[in-house]
Structure formats: structure tokens, C-alpha cells
Design a protein around this ligand. Sequence first.
Ligand SMILES: [Mn+2]
Length: 355
Amino acid sequence: MEFDPSGVGVANGRYFGMPFSNDGCPVVLISVPWDATVSYSEGTAGGPEAIIGASVQVDLYDEHYPSSPELKIGTDEAEIDMEDGAGRIKVVDYIKAINTESREKAKKIIDCLAEGRELDKELRGLQEEVNQASAAVNYLTEQVCAGYLSQGKVPGVVGGEHSVTFGAVKAAAASLPEGRRLGVLQFDAHADLRVAYEGFEHSHASIMFNILSKIDNIGHLTQVGIRDFCADEHDSIKREGRISAFTDAGIEEAMAEGKTWKEICREIVETLPEDVYISFDIDGLDPSLCPNTGTPVPGGLSFQKAVYLLREVASQRHIVGFDLCEVAPGENEWDANVGARLLHKMALFAIFASR
Ligand SMILES: [Mn+2]
């Protein structure tokens, strides 16, 4: 059956119901259903499936790009060998399985710390196991992304909690020619610069600290929309010369005093080197657009403001990869609907607008 981009979407387990082989797709979306270190409320591991479900309703036409419906967007279906020669399993299913296991362990640790108690030997052991599982997820994500990058494709990771960004950025940074440095544009309510959070080395709250400290060629980190951060994080933003923060309050104040969003977007883009990775934590948006996300904070960007900035960045920089994280499905499809539309714009701009 021919795929009709203007027709009614048919659910086939793939993003936007697109049936194409990944060979013919310039952009491939990779589901990473991982949320073991989420502290506040769980559910983002269900993000990829919910977004796939909502994505069939997204109209693939964008008024800025008349040929937008022709963009072929792939869905990753990479497999790995199971231990003990038990056959092959899709990476996404493997991650889903170790997430269920790790969440149980992480919950015990988080509960203990929440009661103000120290971790005993057993819990420290569990903590180490969660850290190892996180490292495995990072490694798998990196490998899958690296595979698509080596084929000249743009990988787009769909989380999961924000820690899933690590492997994707590592692969993007490693794919650059010698001497080039990667810029990271982060949409987020939080700075995510904590050294570790609740004892988890690969915590969602530490993702940008980990990227800056553990990946070699990161040239700059530009944060947009942040409005909930601790004093230590504020210090690191000022101290670390590689971070520019466009806080939510700062943006709103500048606009109240007459600056336009276009001018602010230009300032944001100017902080970034030629090669850019975009990490979009859905909580960077106004929480009415993502009411079920793990750690919602009032304020935040409107959908169109975010899309405008995404298009500006893509048209002036080269987009190496991107992700969308922290979308948690609620009782209805709303969060996933917003996520699917945002994901479509990122995929579209990475191919049609990117330099
Ligand atoms: Mn985040």
C-alpha cells in the first residue's frame, strides 16, 4: 500500500505511521523507554509508545516547506544478541525490560533517602546495579546513534528521562571531523547540572554536567527556558565559560522591555558553534502543554516560540542530532500529541532547514 502523507494515518508501530525502510530515511527516530532515575513521578518510559500512537494524527505539511510531506522519517528497529545465546531482541524491548527491573531497585533507594536514612550495604549494591544499567542504556543509545550518523543520517532519540541524551550526544560529538566542537542547545525548565542526584551517577538532573565533564569535544551548552535551578547550578553557569543560560525569567523580562523573540533567538544562535545537537526536555514548554511530565514548573515557552527558535537554529547551523525527553503519557493523549508535533518539527528542520 502506498503511503499517503495527506491521508489518515495508519498505526503500524512506527513514528507517523511511515512504512519506509530506514535505508531511505534521512532521519531516524530511536525510542529509549528508560526512566529509572526519575525522582518525582514516573511514566516517561511510556513516552515513545504514546508518541508513536499520537503521531499518526500529525499533519505532515509545514507551511514553510511545501515539500515537507515528502520527508521520510524512519523508526529504529535495531536488534542485539541476548546473553546465553537466547536469540535476538530489539534494543527498545531490551531497554524496556531492564528499565522495569531498575525502577524497582531505584525506588527502594529513593524512598530510603527521602526518609533521611543512609543507604545500607544492600541498597548501595542496588544503587551500583542501577548505575550499571544506566551505563548500558547510554552505551546502546550511543551505538545505535553512531550507526545512523556513519550513514549520514540524523538520529533523533525519543525518551525516556533526560539521562538518555548522554549516549546520543556522545555519538554526535564523536561523528564530527577532527578539531570540530559540538554545541548543545538545551530546552528545559531545569539546568540539569547537578553532580549526581539521589546517588545516581547518570541521573536526569545531572545530564548536562555529565555531558560537559565526560565528553571531550563539547564546545558550548546553551540553555533555554530554565527556571528551576539550585545555587550550585547557578554558580556553575557563571563559572563554566562554556554555558550560556537564557532563563525563562530573563527571556520574559527582555520581551517586557521591548526586545523581540527574533532578536533573542539571534542571540541564542550566536552562542552556538557550527555543529549543533538539540536536546528538548518537554518541560521547557509551558506545563499546560505537558501536564504529566515528571517535574513540571510554571512558566516556559509556548509551542510556537519553541518552533520558531528550532527553525532559526536549524537554518543557521548544522543539526547533527536531536532528542525529545520527559514526555509522560497521561489519561488522555494530550502530552503525547504535543510531543509528536514537536518531534515532527525537529525532524523536519534537521533535514529541510539545516545548513
Ligand atoms: Mn531536563
